[in-house]
Design a binder for this molecule. Structure first.
Ligand code: GDP
Length: 347
């Protein structure tokens, strides 16, 4: 999974990136706008499962954060757009801080305006792509699902509605996916506030703006997070508590990204590997199986399912079976967060 960290010049992207720097597989940022870091998603359920099954390998979820520089010319030059198209969720850093060295811009800090301006760039970019495609299709006299859904998209975009807010049928979603429209990406707003504004509900109106556009929102101070990241792990906890920060930036970003993408996590356990997988909320068992292996989807028979909390209560699969807690579910079972899944399949 890839998450973009995007935003205007000077909003704190590089600072935030350095704060994330302790991540596994970190590659030192090679110049501006080039940071890449992969962070494993901490999940104590996996640790507890590993303690029971003692597998050779434990594989948590991981998200790769990539820094996307806006470029100098216009806000969304083609290479910036290409990089945005390459992510699964877009983190948009908004400026909510000022100090002696970084005075507020004329007119004052306005993260809501900043968000609207960028959202509007995303919308315009998609509008141009969709219009161009429609023109081509008109010449070719094509009138299929693609034609219909593109018109639907253009109609929304004309009203400045981002495509992530457009209700679509499954087939329409599939057709649109090929375009990788940028206003359709799950959006996570990251408000970078001043140190002294951390505990206050800075810019409360941003919450409303975010939810009206189907975006998630987190608040943090990149500067403080960077300082904290330089401390030893036990000192970090003390410092966080002193500052009244419930969760460090990396944890907030991970949670926020998951929320924006509307993902849930299920687990598989074998003697070899205890592993976490992610799927969209509402995914049915047969598709979840396909995430593990395409053969499992093709030859899906049934899934043995137990919520991990239930498993921990039972202590072992044998006990869970005895108590009738291990359920047999069919293709259409909607997988839940925390389910342990064992797919029976036949190819
Ligand atoms: P980028 O252009 O988005 O990568 O922004 P930078 O990370 O380079 O930050 C721009 C400037 O703002 C730097 O001088 C940072 O030290 C400063 N800055 C970033 N985050 C904060 C913050 O949370 N508080 C304050 N006071 N300054 C910050």
């Amino acid at each position: 999974m890839r998450a973009g960290i995007f935003g205007n010049e000077g909003v704190g992207k590089s600072t935030l990136f350095r704060a994330l720097g302790g991540g596994e597989g970190t590659s030192p940022a090679a110049g501006r706008g080039a940071g890449v870091t992969t962070i494993k998603v901490p999940d104590d359920r996996l640790d507890r499962l590993a303690a029971v099954f003692r597998p050779k390998k434990v594989t948590p979820l991981a998200i790769t954060f990539v820094e996307i520089d806006p470029g100098d010319a216009t806000l969304l030059p083609p290479d910036t757009l290409d990089r945005i198209k390459g992510v699964d969720v877009l983190g948009l850093v908004l400026r909510g801080f000022s100090d002696d060295f970084h005075p507020p811009p004329p007119g004052g800090l306005d993260p809501v305006k900043e968000f609207r301006a960028i959202e509007s760039e995303l919308v315009v970019s998609d509008y141009l792509v969709a219009q161009k495609r429609i023109e081509r299709m008109t010449k070719e006299a094509r009138r299929d699902t693609e034609w219909t859904v593109l018109h639907k998209a253009v109609e929304a975009l004309e009203k400045e509605i981002p495509l992530r807010q457009l209700p679509l049928a499954a087939e329409e979603t599939r057709v649109l996916a090929g375009f990788r429209f940028v206003s359709q990406l799950p959006l996570l707003l990251v408000l970078n506030v001043s140190e002294d504004a951390l505990s206050a509900d800075a810019y409360p109106e941003l919450g409303g703006a975010a939810s009206s556009q189907g975006a998630s929102l987190i608040r943090l101070s990149a500067r403080i997070e960077e300082e904290i990241s330089l401390l030893a792990p036990d000192e970090q906890l003390v410092f966080l508590a002193e500052m009244g920060i419930p969760r460090p930036a990396r944890e907030q970003l991970l949670r926020g990204a998951f929320e924006a993408m509307d993902l849930i996590c299920f687990m598989t356990v074998t003697g070899d590997e205890v592993r976490a997988w992610n799927v969209r909320r509402g995914t049915v068992a047969v598709h979840a199986a396909g995430k593990i292996h395409s053969d499992m989807e093709k030859g899906f028979i049934r899934a043995e399912v137990i919520p991990c909390e239930e498993f921990f209560r039972c202590g072992s699969m044998a006990q869970a079976k005895t108590e009738g807690k291990l359920r047999l579910e069919g293709k259409e079972y909607v997988v839940r967060d925390g389910d342990i899944l064992h797919v029976r399949f036949n190819v």
